[in-house]
Design a protein. Structure first.
Length: 297
């Protein structure tokens, strides 16, 4: 609750300081009386503390305000775009798992080999290259040059391929590097050496013993990335014209649609808190020592 309160307060104040939305919705020659009436209709004529108090009052009663631009409840506008963002986030997480986990395992097993070196270089580049640049390159190659995939929009699975890859590449690179480090640390543990001494196959030692204990840290970071993808999708959705919350936030900022921006940011912050809670629960289930420590504390 403290996190959500802090996020709403910061966003609320910054939006009010960014400009007056009345300037966008009234003609240039509007009279001062008309401007004042419109400000009162939007609830902007009072001081910022009073506006924020009314916002909190509406928040607790389930009323997040009316969209200035769409003239609909702000929550309805945001929830209409939310499935698209969830779809893109889920696809990018799938890209992260498919690329990052195998790459991390291979790099650890083939330590100091050419394959390990190539994976580490690729992971480093994946963390350094901006998402918008990757998106533009993907559009140029696969949409403009090869005509394999559509440039933008949402509809079929083909529309999802490029934005999901562009958004998931950073997380995949981070996952690969972290899993490699965790695997190398675990593979020197005594129980792994004992498993090897028993004559177990290399694949069984890696997947059953090493990966099971190394994956805990990866799940924690992956959970944080999933939460971050909901907010980080702003750039990707803008590049690919994906009709999700990220693009809605950009459009609403340009339109100074304060209520929609506030609602969207608050929803993302709520998802971030819930996902962090779920990650903690999963970590405790995977690593029983965390649960025992929590009970003892």
């Amino acid at each position: 609750m403290i996190v959500l309160f802090g996020v709403t307060l910061v966003v609320f104040v910054i939006l009010r300081l960014s400009g007056d939305p009345v300037d966008l919705y009234l003609p240039p020659g509007a009279s001062p009386e008309m401007v004042e009436r419109y400000r009162e209709a939007l609830g902007l004529s009072e001081s910022i503390p009073v506006q924020y108090a009314k916002f909190l009052q509406g928040l607790f009663s389930g009323d997040l305000g009316q969209s200035y631009y769409y003239n609909e409840p702000a929550l309805d506008v945001v929830l209409e775009r939310f499935p698209a963002t969830l779809e893109l986030t889920a696809a990018s997480v799938l890209v992260t798992i498919i690329i990052g986990v195998p790459a991390g395992i291979v790099a650890a097993v083939m330590r100091n080999s050419k394959t390990d070196y190539l994976i580490r270089v690729a992971a480093l580049l994946g963390q350094c290259v901006p998402v918008f640049w990757i998106g533009i390159i993907l559009i140029i190659i696969f949409a403009v040059k090869l005509h394999w995939l559509p440039t933008s929009g949402r509809g079929t699975w083909e529309h999802l391929v490029m934005p999901a890859f562009a958004l998931g590449l950073y997380s995949a690179a981070t996952t690969a590097r972290l899993l490699r480090s965790s695997m190398l640390e675990v593979m020197n543990k005594e129980y792994v050496l004992v498993a090897r001494a028993k004559g177990l196959s290399k694949a069984k030692v890696v997947l059953k013993h090493a990966l099971k204990n190394a994956i805990s840290a990866v799940i924690t970071v992956l959970g944080l990335h999933i939460a971050g993808l909901l907010g980080g999708a702003i750039v990707t959705e803008t590049v690919f014209a994906w009709p999700g919350i990220g693009r809605l936030i950009v459009q609403s900022i340009n339109n100074r649609d304060f209520t929609v921006v506030q609602t969207a940011v608050m929803l993302i912050a709520l998802c971030y808190v819930v996902i962090n809670l779920l990650v903690d629960v999963c970590y405790a289930l995977i690593n029983p020592r965390v649960k025992l420590h929590g009970r003892g504390g």
